[in-house]
Design a protein around this ligand. Structure first.
Ligand code: TRP
Ligand code: ZN
Length: 448
C-alpha cells in the first residue's frame, strides 16, 4: 500500500508532465498528448516566396486515454495523413488538425502528415508582425529568403505540432532547396546531398528536446562562417554562423565573440546543453529569437548584448522549457541577467546595466507572472526578472548563486518549469530567507 503510493509519487515526479491548459493561451496544445519527436521534411521550391511542401512524421505518446488527436495547425492544405502507415481521415477546425481516432494511454503512434501551399501568417498578439514561416522576397540587391520566427505559437504555421513549450521534443529536419541556396536548421548537420532535379537536401538533428517555438530554420543565399571548435572542460562545441552574402563586415564582427561568451556563461550556468551553436542573420526588422543552437538575429540586433542574451536562452527557455506562457520572466529575466554576468566577466562596470533596468521600470511594473499576452515580453519580464536574480545573488553570494544556477539548469532540463518550481528549488537549496526575498520580487505590485 505504502509502496504503491510511494511509486505513484515517484512516477509523478519522474514522468515529464504536459500541463497544458495554458493560462494565457488555453487553446494551445492537447492535454495528455506527448510528442517525443518530429521528423520533418520541408521543400522550399522558390526561396523568398511562401510556397512550402511539408512531410512531417510525429511520434506521439498518450499519457492518458485520448478520444482523438488534436494538433495545432494553421498551415498549408493537407494532402494526406497516415497513422502507423495506414491512411486515416482528418479534419481541420479553428487552428487545429483533428485525427478522429482514439489513442489509449501508454500507446505510441507515428502520425505522418503531408501538406503543400503558402505558409505563414499567425498574427502575434503584441507586435505588429506575423509569426512562423517568414518569407523575404527577392530585391534587386538580394535574393529571396525564408526563416522561422515562431515564439510563442508560430510553428503551427508550417507543421502540425503540439505547439506549447510544456511538450518539448527532439527534431530531425530535412530541407530541400534549389542548388546554390543554403538551408540550415537547429541541431547538427548529418548530410547534404544533391538530387537529380537541381535541388539538394540537407538534414539536421537535434537530440536535446526543445519547445516547438525554438525550432529555427533559415533558407537563403548565405555565407557559412565556421569558427574554431570550442572546448569547455570535457565538452566539445562546434560554432558556425550564417550571414546573407549582402551583409557587411560591421554586422558580422560581433559574432566573433560567440565562443568567449559561451565559455563565460557555462561557468555560471553549467554545461552548454547542446553540441553546436551559431547565429543566422536575417534582414527583416524583428526581435532576435533564441532558436535552439541557431539564434535568429536581425541586423539591428547584431550587438554583443543581444548575442549574449540569446546564448543564455539556450539554457533558459530552450533546455529548460516554460510550463506556462505566463512565466516568460523565467526565460527573459535569466537571459537579461546574463548580460550583466558577461559584462562582469569582461571586467567592465555593471552599474550602468543595473541603472538601465531600474529606469526601464520607472513608468511602472507588475508582479512577475504575466496576466495578459501583452505582458509576456514587457519591461517587467526582462528588467524586473533580471533585478530579482541580482537581489538573490546579492543576498546569497556568488558561490551559492552559481551553484543554484547550475542545479536549476541541470534539474529542470526537459522539464516544463513554472515560477513555483523555481521558488521550490530556491527554498530547498537556499533556504526560507532566500525564498522569501525572491517571493517578494515575484509577487509584490511595486519593486521591492
Ligand atoms: N524571446 C525573444 C528574446 O528576448 C524576444 C521575443 C520573441 C519577442 N517573441 C517576441 C519580443 C514577441 C516581443 C514580442 O530574445
Ligand atoms: Zn529574451
Amino acid at each position: 500500500m505504502l509502496r504503491t503510493a510511494l511509486s505513484t509519487v515517484l512516477l509523478a515526479v519522474l514522468t515529464p508532465s504536459t500541463p497544458m491548459g495554458d493560462t494565457l493561451y488555453p487553446h494551445l496544445g492537447q492535454l495528455g498528448l506527448n510528442v517525443t519527436h518530429y521528423d520533418l521534411r520541408l521543400t522550399v521550391p522558390t526561396p523568398g516566396t511562401p510556397d512550402l511542401r511539408s512531410d512531417t512524421t510525429l511520434t506521439l505518446h498518450a499519457e492518458r486515454d485520448l478520444p482523438d488527436v488534436q494538433l495545432d495547425y494553421s498551415g498549408p492544405a493537407i494532402l494526406n495523413v497516415t497513422w502507423n502507415g495506414q491512411p486515416v481521415p482528418h479534419r481541420r477546425a479553428a487552428d487545429k488538425l483533428i485525427i478522429p481516432l482514439p489513442l489509449p494511454a501508454g500507446q505510441d503512434v507515428r502520425l505522418r502528415v503531408t501538406a503543400a501551399g503558402p505558409a505563414g501568417g499567425v498574427p502575434d498578439p503584441t507586435l505588429n508582425i506575423t509569426l512562423g514561416w517568414q518569407s523575404v522576397p527577392a530585391t534587386p540587391t538580394q535574393p529571396g529568403a525564408n526563416f522561422t520566427f515562431s515564439e510563442p505559437d508560430g510553428t503551427r504555421s508550417f507543421i502540425p505540432c503540439n505547439d506549447h513549450p510544456a511538450d518539448p521534443a527532439t527534431f530531425t529536419t530535412t530541407l530541400t532547396v534549389p542548388r546554390g541556396v543554403t538551408a540550415v536548421a537547429g541541431g547538427t548537420r548529418l548530410a547534404d546531398h544533391p538530387n537529380l532535379d537541381g535541388t539538394h537536401s540537407v538534414t539536421y538533428t537535434l537530440t536535446t528536446p526543445i519547445p516547438t517555438y525554438a525550432l529555427g530554420i533559415s533558407v537563403g543565399t548565405l555565407d557559412t562562417v565556421r569558427r574554431p571548435d570550442l572546448r569547455i572542460g570535457d565538452q566539445h562545441v562546434t560554432l558556425t554562423d550564417y550571414f546573407p552574402t549582402s551583409i557587411p563586415d560591421t554586422v558580422r564582427a560581433p559574432y566573433a565573440r560567440t565562443g568567449d561568451i559561451l565559455t563565460a556563461l557555462s561557468d555560471w550556468f553549467g554545461p552548454y546543453p547542446f553540441s553546436t551553436y551559431g547565429s543566422v542573420v536575417v534582414t527583416p526588422d524583428l526581435p532576435a529569437l533564441e532558436t535552439a543552437t541557431l539564434s535568429t538575429m536581425p541586423v539591428r540586433s547584431s550587438r554583443e548584448r543581444v548575442i549574449v542574451h540569446e546564448i543564455a536562452h539556450q539554457w533558459f527557455g530552450n533546455a529548460v522549457p516554460l510550463g506556462d506562457w505566463s512565466d516568460t520572466w523565467l526565460n527573459e529575466g535569466f537571459a537579461t541577467y546574463a548580460e550583466l554576468l558577461w559584462t562582469q566577466a569582461q571586467g567592465q562596470d555593471t552599474a550602468p546595466l543595473l541603472r538601465g533596468w531600474r529606469d526601464r521600470l520607472r513608468p511602472g511594473t507588475r508582479p512577475l507572472t504575466a496576466t495578459t499576452p501583452a505582458q509576456m515580453f514587457d519591461a517587467t519580464a526582462y528588467a524586473r526578472g533580471a533585478l530579482a536574480l541580482h537581489a538573490l545573488r546579492t543576498q546569497i553570494g556568488d558561490d551559492a548563486f552559481r551553484a543554484f544556477l547550475h542545479t536549476y539548469a541541470r534539474t529542470r532540463a526537459g522539464q516544463p518549469t513554472r515560477t513555483a518550481d523555481m521558488l521550490h528549488l530556491t527554498r530547498t537549496q537556499l533556504g526560507p530567507e532566500a525564498a522569501t526575498l525572491l517571493e517578494n520580487w515575484i509577487t509584490q505590485p511595486e519593486l521591492p
